[in-house]
Design a protein around this ligand. Structure first.
Ligand code: SF4
Ligand code: SF4
Length: 347
């Protein structure tokens, strides 16, 4: 549905509100194809292209026509309702070419971890209900027709990508055909030789959320006994980095209040990353806790963020915060004028 909204009207010839996903994106979800996977804003996102999708033939002419329809409405100030208030909307002259450069594969069918904070734990039937269709044939089709271009973002997420049957083949195909910017969120339990190659060739990012600095806390959070294996795999990926690509392997820690919310655990995690040769320290906070406590964040959470940042600076690693923490820090700044941490730009 497209709704006229004064704040999105266009006054300049050729200029309109759009985003990299409307223009050149596709997301393969279980059961649907979308233009994007963003959903944190009031419009709701997940801009739908086709529902009830489980691997059928895609009519690319129709697909491109839908993108044209979006552009035409947006030029008139009529915005797709799912896009209202999306931070990715940008007012500029877009190139309007019929090509894809942003790709997201969000399968939600399998995982080898059982994280206590996972959406899947609250919806235990989700994985088994989803159809695991193959995405590689579509990637080949888009590549062979010239529709897929390098230079954008290629993401894998939802469940554990590395255990998908076609994961190694997809990444190898993308690498063999000169794509880059392959970003994978992984449990780290399974080592991926294709991603090791992507890291070595400075074309892939591996983000591994360990959330713990000790096997005991790891097991409590992940409900699997794989701490040593994950640490080993992180070390193996980090060994593939060189000075230029030293930030490509990221150690992530989701602060889960009541479980791993103390400096001792964070310190052990930072040390273990450092000893493995990981140059990126990424921090987040557990999602449902964040939504419940957003307006009343306890001071000790800010202290943990400051601590992780201070230790990261001391070890000269790149410090990253996920969107929820950034919002938290921004909210605090607006409320009190206090800036909890400052982030230095990534080199
Ligand atoms: S919801 Fe946001 S990211 Fe998704 S298509 Fe709309 S503007 Fe783009
Ligand atoms: S690794 Fe991700 S998908 Fe798997 S259980 Fe943990 S949060 Fe869920």
């Amino acid at each position: 549905m497209f709704i006229y909204n004064d704040k999105y009207k266009s006054n300049k010839e050729g200029y309109y509100y759009s985003c990299p996903w409307i223009e050149h994106g596709i997301v393969f979800f279980p059961q649907k194809i979308s233009f994007c996977c963003h959903c944190g804003h009031s419009g709701g996102g997940h801009t739908l292209v086709r529902n009830n999708f489980s691997g059928q033939k895609i009519d690319w002419v129709r697909f491109n026509k839908i993108k044209h329809m979006f552009r035409n409405f947006h030029k008139k100030g009529k915005i797709n309702s799912a896009c209202i208030d999306c931070p990715f909307l940008e007012y500029k002259k877009w190139d309007e070419g019929d090509y894809i450069e942003n790709l997201y594969i969000s399968h939600w069918t399998y995982c080898n971890s059982k994280c206590i904070y996972c959406y899947e734990r609250q919806n235990p039937d989700e994985f088994s209900l989803n159809t695991n269709y193959k995405v590689l044939p579509y990637i080949k089709e888009m590549h062979e027709s010239g529709m897929l271009r390098a230079g954008g973002m290629i993401y894998f997420g939802g469940g554990e990508p590395t255990i998908l049957d076609e994961f190694e083949n997809i990444v190898t195909y993308l690498l063999d055909n000169f794509y880059w910017g392959i970003r994978v969120h992984s449990s780290g339990i399974k080592y991926s030789p294709a991603m090791a190659r992507a890291i070595e060739e400075i074309r892939g990012y591996m983000i591994i959320s360990v959330d713990a600095g000790s096997p005991e806390v790891y097991k409590r959070i992940k409900q699997v006994d794989c701490y040593d294996k994950v640490r080993d795999n992180i070390r193996k990926y980090a060994l593939k980095t060189n000075y230029k690509g030293r930030y490509l392997v990221s150690g992530k820690y989701i602060i889960i209040p009541g479980v791993n919310d103390n400096k001792e655990e964070i310190e052990k995690w930072i040390q273990a990353n450092y000893e493995s040769g990981v140059w990126t320290t990424a921090l987040d906070v557990e999602e449902s806790w964040y939504h419940e406590n957003r307006n009343n964040i306890p001071e000790y959470i800010y202290d943990l963020i400051k601590y992780a940042k201070k230790r990261s600076d001391k070890l000269n690693t790149n410090f990253e915060m996920y969107e929820r923490l950034e919002n938290m820090i921004e909210d605090e700044y607006k409320k009190t004028g206090r800036r909890i941490v400052k982030i230095k730009p990534v080199e």
